[in-house]
Design a protein around this ligand. Structure first.
Ligand code: FVH
Length: 294
């Protein structure tokens, strides 16, 4: 167990409350605050102190963790107490964009507040368990100083000094999750459209996703090298020719193809540009929209 430290948690929604519980479970002294009253009862019973004002909350600890709905709520919470936060450390675990992470880092610099921006890769019941990990970015020395306390939440993963990086990693991981979710949702819709029970199909779906997943390292090597014609097993032209069957089957079954449809024009464009013999990973080239990325 880490040495007892004091930590303040601002925001007691489902996630903020889970963070406070994890800090308490690790033996830390926890002060909590929430915009509206009535959310601290269980935490107080477990040993937390409820601060009457946000100012009282931030002055109770050097380490202040904020986890509220969105970036606007972060500023609505922190701006009025910027003076009281000077010399302290704010760890923002509110979901946001890389730009918002950088903006908060600059805000901290302006007000003499050390800021770590973070991304929680877990749902509330996972907090404080080995299944949870939390991404952090901002000054490395600030992360090093507070890492042991932050480890109470889950594995602490530091991704760099640029304040925008934790949000960037977070959003990249969430994007991959939603992509997989879209595929699964569409697959179940197809199956249900024929009157087959989803539970009957689930074992095959699991088997298939395990067989075709898990190649992230190989994909990453191809992406980094941009050698899309290396060791190609199933080339893009063949996949593009078959992909229309996915769209047609959806129509035949009375299922909207809108989750699948966006990939098709990218496939056709890449083939038309002479890359049909390559791996489908090469379609990543079509996603970059800034000239300096080409
Ligand atoms: N819950 C989850 O599964 C995900 C897991 C990954 C990380 N997300 C992000 O965590 C942030 C907080 O999420 P949450 O689950 O705690 O959300 P809610 O239960 O809806 O609670 C929202 C809290 O935010 C407070 N709040 C809203 N607006 C303001 C404001 N303008 N000023 C101050 N506080 C504000 C709200 O207060 P109240 O309504 O009770 O007064 C709650 O404490 C979020 O970024 C997720 O994306 C969670």
């Amino acid at each position: 167990m880490a040495e007892n430290r004091t930590v303040t948690v601002l925001g007691l929604g489902a996630m903020g409350a889970a963070l406070a519980r994890a800090f308490l479970a690790a033996g830390h002294t926890v002060t909590v605050w929430n915009r509206s009253a009535g959310k601290a009862g269980e935490l107080v019973a477990a040993g937390a102190t409820e601060a009457p004002t946000v100012e009282a909350a931030v002055t109770a600890s050097r380490l202040v963790v904020v986890c509220v709905l969105d970036h606007r709520a972060v500023h609505e919470t922190l701006d009025p107490v910027a003076g009281a936060l000077a010399g302290r450390v704010v760890v923002n675990l509110t979901n946001g964009t890389p730009g918002q992470g950088r903006e908060l880092g600059a805000w901290g610099q302006e007000h003499g507040v050390a800021v770590l921006d973070g991304g929680i890769m877990a749902v509330p019941p996972m907090m404080g368990t080995p299944a949870a990990f939390v991404l952090y970015s901002g000054p490395g020395e600030v992360f090093d100083e507070h890492r042991e306390v932050l480890d109470a939440l889950g594995d602490s993963v530091y991704v760099g000094a640029d304040h925008g990086l934790a949000a960037l990693y977070d959003i990249a991981l969430l994007s991959s999750m939603y992509g997989a979710m879209m595929g699964e949702m569409h697959a179940f819709a197809l199956i249900c459209s024929a009157g087959v029970k989803a539970v009957e199909f689930a074992p095959l779906l699991k088997r298939w996703t395990s067989a075709v997943g898990g190649f992230q390292e190989r994909t990453a090597e191809v992406v980094d090298s941009r050698e899309y014609d290396r060791d190609v097993v199933s080339n893009l032209a063949m996949q593009a020719a078959a992909y229309h069957n996915l769209i047609d089957s959806a129509h035949e079954q009375g299922v909207s193809p809108e989750l699948l449809a966006p990939l098709y024009p990218l496939m056709l464009r890449r083939v038309a540009e002479g890359h049909g013999h390559e791996d489908n990973i090469g379609m990543i080239e079509l996603l970059f929209t800034r000239k300096d990325q080409a």
